[in-house]
Design a protein around this ligand. Sequence first.
Ligand code: PEP
Ligand code: MN
Length: 350
Amino acid sequence: MMIVMSPLATEEEIAVVQARVDTLPDVHVVLIRGELNTVIAAVGDADAVREMGLEGYAGVNSVVAISRPYKLASSEVAHHEPTVFEVLGRTVGGPDAFCLIAGPCTVESREQTLEVARAVQAGGASMLRGGAFKPRTSPFAFSGLGEPALEILAEARAETGLPVVSELLDIQHADVIAQYVDVVQIGARNMQNYALLAVAGQLGKPVLLKRGLSSTIEELLMAADYVLKEGNEDVMLCERGIRTFETATRFTLDLSAIPVLKLHTHLPVIVDPSHAAGDRRLVEPLSRAAAAVGADGLIVEVHQDPEHALCDGAQALYASQFADFARDVGAHAALLGKHLSADTRTAPAG
Ligand code: PEP
Ligand code: MN
């Protein structure tokens, strides 16, 4: 950390700050005298310096961090190699895999979910998504079928072989979510629900962590640290659009987030163009763009009858068109050497 003193700071003020930092056992203090400003460099335990609140001391201009505040998600500290993990034989992360997660926004019925599951499996999807507990802006909107939806997803997995992804909305659903799903999704609205992140980290399942609607990339990585801290290393991050002044799309897909994240974290990064766009006509071009900027995969909404979907119909791809979509996106991913992640487990003999 660098504590930059004001040009008007007195020697006494500088000495007070220096002495304060000097009380920290794991911090080495170096005083740098510039022409105008004096800088107190505090080398070592940055968190301890950060927590001192030195910005409020007389004579202090600013406190500037040199190292990044997220630790476990960082590729700069210890973990230089990309994180790669498998979900029922489908690879997530690494140089070769492009993970295509597809399915309905919400499980509405057995027939609807099985039909979409069959279509996305036939089209080359890597995993099936489907909401059982839905975060809805209005408390009067359809909020999912709950546990029966998870049973339907399990049936879809049994039939298609696709691993299932579903959102953990609340700590009280943790056991039932862990019982049924293969990947635990943390929704954008819960990205900073730290108690929920810790619970998600304890379930022994990979976690798909969505970026909050108004969260910075740094906050996303610090949220990931909450999951990683529980000893769960199988975390994928998801850019799903952020709030900006633009209203032409539901959210603004922050495509820069993907290469930025790739620079700073070892975790796989996927993109959700459906919730970002809010309009199915934009989903394919945004998916191609996501593949082109180096995403490790996509999560997209698909419905066999989007006009009658109970949630997010306008952004759902038609199930009948999914295979063409997957082929197109797969071709774009292939330009960067990535291929749609399929089950690589060898079939049991006999
Ligand atoms: C979802 O994936 O169903 C969802 C609600 O997404 P988000 O949390 O990104 O809004
Ligand atoms: Mn949705």
